[in-house]
Design a protein around this ligand. Structure first.
Ligand SMILES: [Zn+2]
Length: 372
């Protein structure tokens, strides 16, 4: 049994005390006395929060998930060093054989966690069933829904989440079948209207992919996909690197969407110096903290989840406990995982230790400390 002391954020509030990690990698017990958030912020004890959960990761450490092979192990190691304890490996829109190669590489990393890396919960298929007019930085290989292709890919690596554009013919009717088969469906890379969004939610879609980015915006007489999300969504992704979305728009979304949660949409350039990197079949350039295509289009980010937490607290003004839910708990709930994203007995001992300025100090993945 390992004991970790600090200010512990539990589902019912902060405790000054100890968290005990069992030999099975799960939290055995938590004990302590309640403390307030101001005491935590102005105290000297380290903070213990649930490990971060990132459902939208393309790359890191110079590697891109579309490379296949062992790229994902490197990516999961880089993100674990920034406090991400569980993630979804995210694909790019690509020709069928390239997607198959990528998922063939992801399969082993999904089935078995390499020590020192984040848990890979499965795959987020971002396209190819998206709108070719709203590619963002996705390569131009969007295509109509294909159950056969999806079955082939799912046999190679477990797909948990599918981003699709509901206005593409066939996609709306596909959503209930995807739900029945156990996939979570998210609306994204879409030019669809408000009505398309409402219809997709009725059919069983439950989330929105990087809210505001690569979707029809809100006009007061044509509220678009952003309007559908703000009016009806319980869950949506947002990229809080302060480049993809203005802080004011993040604040508006926080008021509208109860379980808005953060993703990084991070690329190979994450954790690397400025220069040229690969994103799917695109060459991208990292410069001034942004990653862009040659024409200036933002092409994913270099955000890490520890920075996302700091941005939410220091720039957006959230309390630490709310910010923690938005970098961890809500994402776990969105995937239906009740033993991650919260510090309570029985849950996986996925945790991060931070100093009161929210600088990361230590990380545990399923009870494994990453620093030794
Ligand atoms: Zn993405």
């Amino acid at each position: 049994m390992t004991r970790v002391d600090g200010h512990i954020l539990t589902p019912t509030g902060w405790l000054a005390g100890s968290l005990h990690i069992g030999a099975d990698g799960r939290i055995a017990a938590i004990d302590g006395t309640p403390v307030s958030e101001p005491q935590v912020r102005h105290g000297t004890l380290p903070l213990l929060l649930p490990g971060f959960i990132d459902l939208h990761v393309h790359g890191g450490g110079g590697r891109d998930s579309m490379e296949g092979g062992d790229a994902l192990a490197t990516i999961a190691r880089v993100h674990a060093r920034h406090g991400t304890t569980a993630l979804l490996a995210t694909t790019m829109t690509a020709p069928p054989h390239e997607l198959e190669m990528a998922l063939a590489g992801m399969g082993p990393a999904c089935r078995q966690r390499t020590p020192g890396t984040a848990r890979v919960l499965g795959v987020h298929l971002e396209g190819p069933y998206i709108n070719p007019g709203r590619l963002g930085a996705q390569p131009d290989h969007a295509r109509p829904a294909s159950t056969q292709e999806l079955q082939r890919l799912h046999a190679l690596a477990p797909i948990r989440l599918i981003t699709l554009a509901p206005e593409i013919p066939g996609n709306l009717e596909w959503i209930p079948r995807l739900r029945e088969a156990g996939f979570v469906v998210q609306i994204g890379h879409t030019a669809g209207s408000y009505d398309d969004g409402v219809a997709a939610l009725r059919q069983g879609a439950t989330g929105f992919t990087h809210l505001f980015n690569a979707m029809s915006g809100l006009h007061h007489r044509a509220p678009g996909m952003v309007g559908a999300a703000l009016a009806h969504a319980t869950h949506a992704e947002i990229i809080p690197d302060l480049l993809h979305v203005h802080p004011g728009a993040i604040r508006a979304a926080l008021r509208a969407i109860p379980c808005l949660y953060c993703v990084t949409d991070s690329t190979a350039a994450t954790g690397m110096p400025d220069g040229e990197y690969r994103l799917g079949s695109h060459q991208v350039r990292k410069c001034l903290g942004g990653v862009r295509l040659e024409d200036g289009t933002l092409a994913g980010s270099t955000l890490t989840m520890d920075q996302a937490l700091r941005n939410l607290v220091h720039d957006i003004g959230l309390e630490i406990d709310e910010a923690s839910r938005r970098v961890s708990t809500h994402a776990a709930d969105f995937l239906g995982l009740d033993d991650r994203g919260r510090l309570q007995p029985g849950a996986w001992a996925d945790l991060v230790m931070l100093d009161p300025a929210l600088q990361l100090q230590r990380v545990w993945v399923e009870g494994e400390p990453l620093d030794d």
